[in-house]
Structure formats: structure tokens, C-alpha cells
Design a protein around this ligand. Structure first.
Ligand code: C5P
Length: 236
């Protein structure tokens, strides 16, 4: 384990269909230069043992499982995630105040706890999609409302598009963390991301942490890609 505190604002999204290529990538990364995100696909396939392997290599882990259930079930799931020693976990803000408050209270009982982050409106949803499930207003209006609800329910931050980060930043406290995917460094292609920003622009716009996948994971030299992004954001 590294003794250096991790000040990196880059979270590398590990989206692989199997353990071997993920571990091969991780072996070439530096835990002082990034953190790692494990999502539903890898966790469902490989389970807590995979998370422990990554943590044993000194990496901070964002366990991106987006819990959404009754308050007691979500709080228990958050405790189970915290038992894995991860750095950050998340849930859906649409689960409501009581669900978020119960999860936060349960985590507060621990000597050490992960950061608890909310997903507001999935960026895959447009205005027609959210209207169909009964939300009125634009996605941006709903993001803002749910960001405020998350903050007043005791959460540590939200995941949002870099394009929404500025508006949300102006509406929440300075300690409230904004985590933004959909970021593309100047040197990388946009892949299938549509609403993108560069890492430097996202940080200047109010983001605290950047989730970056393929520009690092699919690079010929992932550590070099990570270092290039660190250079891009060094002045932010
Ligand atoms: O490869 P790429 O940089 O696009 O990966 C981004 C990561 O962030 C993926 O794990 C993706 O699922 C996640 N994500 C996203 N957009 C959101 C929420 C999460 O791209 N709105």
C-alpha cells in the first residue's frame, strides 16, 4: 500500500468483461495518480474479491452500484460496501430523503466511512424520457432539485454531467462534491460520449473528480495517457 495521500482528481472507469484485462491495466497504473471505479458489470461478474484485490494494490475505489430500494435495504447495502473498505459509493437520489438520510446515518456510526454520492437524473434520459416516468420540467431543472435534496439529506455530493456542474456548483455548498463522467482529454477521441468537455474545462466549471474510461483504458500506454491528463489539469 502506498503511504502517500491520494490527491488525484481522476477516477479511471474499469469497464472490462473479465478480470484479467482489468488487472493487467491496473498493474500499469499508479495509485497516487488515479482512483478506480468499479461498476455493476465487473462487480456482478467478479464480486467483492475483485474489489479487495484492487484495494490491496493501494487504489481508492469508487464502487458505482447506484443503490435504489427501501431505506433499510439501501442502508444495509451501503454498510456492506463500506465493509469492503471502498472510498466512495452511490445511490439514486430518486429513492427519496428518508432513503438517503438512513444510509448516511448508518454510515455515520462507523469510525471510517466512504463518501456517499447521489445519482440525480441519468444523463441517458432526455426530457421526453423523464416526462414519461412522471417528472415535469427539463432534466437540468430536475438535476438541480435532486442535487439540493441530496445535500439537505446529508450526502457528500452527486454525479452529474460536466455541462451541469457549473449550475449545480452555484446552488450547493463548496464541500459538496461533483463527480463528472463524459470527459475527454484534448488528445482523445470522443467515443460514444456526446455531451463532453475537456478535463480542465470540467474542473474549472466546478467538478471535483473526473470519471474517465476509454481515453485511459484503451490507450496504447495507459500510464502515459494518465500523466498527459494530469498535465492538462495541473494548472486547475
Ligand atoms: O469510457 P468513458 O470515459 O466514456 O467511461 C465513462 C464511465 O462513466 C463509464 O463507466 C460510464 O458508464 C460512466 N458514466 C457515463 N455517463 C454517465 C454516468 C456514468 O459515462 N452519465
Amino acid at each position: 500500500m502506498t503511504e502517500q495521500p491520494n490527491t488525484s482528481r481522476i477516477i479511471v472507469a474499469l469497464d472490462f468483461p473479465a478480470e484479467a484485462p482489468a488487472l493487467e491495466l491496473v498493474a500499469g497504473l499508479d495509485p497516487t495518480l488515479c482512483r478506480l471505479k468499479v461498476g455493476k458489470e465487473m462487480f456482478t461478474r467478479l464480486g467483492p474479491g475483485f474489489v479487495s484485490k484492487l484495494a490491496a494494490r493501494g487504489f481508492d475505489i469508487f464502487l458505482d452500484l447506484k443503490f435504489h430500494d427501501i431505506p433499510n435495504t439501501v442502508a444495509a447495502a451501503c454498510e456492506a460496501a463500506a465493509d469492503l473498505g471502498v472510498w466512495m459509493i452511490n445511490l439514486h437520489a430518486s429513492g427519496g430523503r428518508r432513503m438517503m438520510e438512513t444510509a448516511r446515518e448508518r454510515l455515520e456510526r462507523r469510525a471510517e466511512r466512504p463518501l456517499l454520492i447521489a445519482v440525480t437524473i441519468l444523463t441517458s434520459l432526455g426530457e421526453a424520457d423523464i416526462a414519461e416516468v412522471g417528472y415535469s420540467g427539463s432534466p437540468a431543472e430536475n438535476v438541480l432539485r435532486l442535487a439540493r435534496l441530496s445535500e439537505s439529506s446529508g450526502l457528500d455530493g452527486i454525479v452529474c454531467s460536466p455541462l451541469e456542474a457549473g449550475v449545480v456548483r452555484g446552488a450547493v455548498g463548496p464541500e459538496f462534491k461533483l463527480i463528472t463522467p463524459g470527459v475527454r482529454p484534448v488528445f482523445a477521441s470522443s467515443d460514444d460520449q456526446r455531451r463532453i468537455m475537456t478535463p480542465a474545462d470540467a474542473l474549472r466549471g466546478g467538478a471535483d473528480y473526473l470519471v474517465i474510461g476509454r481515453p485511459i483504458t484503451a490507450a496504447a500506454d495507459p500510464l502515459r495517457a494518465l500523466r498527459l491528463i494530469q498535465e492538462e489539469i495541473a494548472a486547475c
